[in-house]
Design a protein around this ligand. Structure first.
Ligand SMILES: NC(=O)C1=CN([C@@H]2O[C@H](COP(=O)(O)OP(=O)(O)OC[C@H]3O[C@@H](n4cnc5c(N)ncnc54)[C@H](O)[C@@H]3O)[C@@H](O)[C@H]2O)C=CC1
Ligand SMILES: O=C(O)CCC(=O)C(=O)O
Length: 527
């Protein structure tokens, strides 16, 4: 088996490359490429490991014909076009905790630096001025810190601020009252936060809802003399308005680690009074960079080598422990989806995926994803478990999951049923020896078959001599039969033949098979 190939395109701790190699991937570290240069090479890679510099646009994804996974060594994924990645079937993962303590500490460091104007005092002291009377700071004890966003980083900031004897008010529409109590903050609305906070710190992702959350209007609403810290994303604050308010003194100080345009080399804020900044250093500690590098390489190689999915933003998780157990089920599920997709007529707008016995005890999401991936092949060849659920949703397909932990005839079973214009049609399969996928039923007829490669499916009226005639027809066209499977409703009733063949089946053979006495349906299938 060829090794998956990974590109590390941003500066990353060397532990990442080491882990990729140890876990069976080939890895190239090529940083600082322009988008055009990245486009020219990305087609070679199965995995792309990034930090914040690489912008993974729809255009890059179009050129990434082999790409299976993008791993962000960090939290924010606003540099990845996730909808475009999903529609191409590329998993996007991040490392949601590896740099959160570090980033929270940076926010606290910036808050302290603002309160005591440390950067400017440092520069002027070193310049020989000894400007003791120029700097009058403020205490943070007893002051109110307004948190905008109380997720992982916000909660750590809150805990540190409480240790500094500050009061913490948080605005976060998704913060539950219980969690607010747990992390020791008062949940408030944004108006209240703006009216009360002496310091405001932002810890939300950049989304359509949070963009410009500190707009000119909101900054105006903030308490006179407020100090603002942003270690989340540029774009959350209206930078021009912030400059004006630093100049008017309405905002007493601002400390930004992140900018709307990065790298920020000529930002107008640089000239504003009481403004300090760092070049997106929130996550830059040795500890955090080792954490995120190790984690991203482990997650990505786990996916590329074993199929395990952790911290994906566009796909359900699948642990490394679950992945080997689920692998044969996913193969079975995909084949059942593909079989029904190849056999059923008309628009399929309702599908139910039923698991029974052992299969019902497993994580259902990957099984459902695999069935949909198989089924959706009737519409598109570039479909996989990542994009299939999105495609099903886009087509307005109703997907039902049914679990039945009691065993039936089989210890484990997956049944896929679609609603067609001719009524419900279902196929079912099991695993032999916990590993070998087998079809056990088509449209109510019991059969036992391995679905693989090129196959021919025939529905006929059960009659003596029919099997011989099919064999003779294959022989006439030099088509070698690999396996031959039979099933029927009853003696003389509707019967099914499913045979695997080593050669492509020409249309002429299908036409001749259709013309055989008693034949109802003939279909060439492929798996
Ligand atoms: N400066 C740096 O180097 C770093 C920056 N970051 C940034 O920090 C952000 C936050 O990271 P985490 O705390 O780990 O993320 P998280 O997902 O744990 O927390 C984000 C919080 O924002 C809240 N939120 C979402 N929409 C909101 C809205 N409209 N108003 C108020 N709150 C809203 C969410 O409910 C959630 O609680 C990341 O998205 C990333 O962009 C993260 C790491 C390093
Ligand atoms: O990788 C970095 O230095 C930036 C980290 C960051 O912004 C994030 O994790 O969201």
């Amino acid at each position: 088996m060829t090794k998956p190939k990974v590109l590390i395109s941003d500066k990353m701790d060397p532990n990442a490359a080491r882990i990729f190699e140890e876990r069976g991937c080939d890895v190239d570290v090529i940083t600082g490429k322009t988008p055009e240069e990245l486009k020219a090479i990305i087609g070679e890679y199965d995995g792309l490991a990034i930090r914040s510099s690489t912008k993974v646009t729809a255009e890059i994804l179009d050129a990434a014909t082999n790409l299976k996974v993008i791993g962000r060594a960090g939290i924010g994924v606003d540099n990845v076009d996730i909808p475009a990645a999903s529609s191409k079937g590329v998993v996007v993962m991040n490392t949601p905790f590896g740099n959160s303590i570090t980033t929270a500490e940076h926010a606290i460091a910036l808050m302290m630096a603002l309160a005591r104007q440390i950067p400017e005092a440092n520069a002027r002291t070193k310049a020989g001025e000894w400007p003791k009377s120029a700097f009058m700071g403020v205490e943070v004890t007893g002051k109110t810190l307004g948190l905008i966003g109380a997720g992982n980083i916000g909660a750590i900031v809150a805990s540190r601020a409480l240790g500094l004897k500050m009061k913490v008010a948080a605005y976060d529409p998704f913060l539950t009252p219980e969690r607010a109590i747990e992390i020791g903050v008062e949940k408030v609305d944004l108006d209240t936060l703006l009216a009360r906070a002496d310091f405001i710190t932002l810890h939300t992702p950049l989304t359509d809802e949070t963009r410009n959350i500190l707009s000119r209007e909101r900054l105006q609403q903030a308490k006179e003399g407020v100090r603002i810290i942003n270690c989340a994303r540029g774009g959350l604050i209206d930078e021009a308005a912030l400059k004006d308010m630093l100049e008017s003194g309405h905002v007493a100080g601002a400390a930004l680690d992140v900018f709307k345009e990065e790298p920020a080399k000529e930002n107008p804020l640089f000239d504003a009074p009481n403004f300090i900044c760092t070049p997106h250093l929130g996550a830059s500690t040795t500890e955090a960079q080792v954490n995120v590098a190790l984690q991203v390489a482990e997650q990505m190689s786990d996916y590329l080598v074993n199929g395990g999915v952790t911290n994906a933003l566009n796909m359900p998780s699948l642990s490394a422990e679950e992945a080997p157990k689920l692998k044969p089920y996913m193969a079975l599920a995909e084949n059942l989806g593909s079989l029904i997709g190849q056999l059923a007529h008309g628009d399929l707008d309702k599908i139910s995926i039923e698991t029974e016995g052992h299969a019902a005890e497993l994580n259902q999401k990957p099984i459902v994803g695999a069935v949909l991936a198989g089924l959706m092949k009737r519409y598109s060849q570039s479909v996989n478990m990542v994009n299939a659920p999105f495609m099903a949703k886009e087509r307005g397909m109703e997907v039902r999951e049914i679990r039945n932990e009691r065993e039936g005839t089989f210890q484990t079973l997956i049944r896929v049923t679609v609603a067609t214009s001719q009524g419900n049609r279902s196929v079912a399969g099991t695993l032999f020896g916990n590993s070998d996928p087998r079809l056990v039923e088509i449209f109510g007829i019991g059969i036992e078959a391995d679905l693989s490669g090129k196959m021919l499916y025939i529905v006929n009226q059960d009659a003596p001599g029919f099997i011989g005639r099919v064999g003779a027809l294959m022989g006439e066209y030099d088509i070698n039969i690999g396996t031959f499977h039979l099933g029927r409703r009853g003696n003389g009733d509707e019967a099914i033949i499913l045979l695997s063949v080593d050669q492509e089946i020409p249309q002429e053979v299908i036409d001749k098979a259709c013309a055989l006495d008693g034949v109802k349906v003939v279909r060439a299938l492929s798996f």
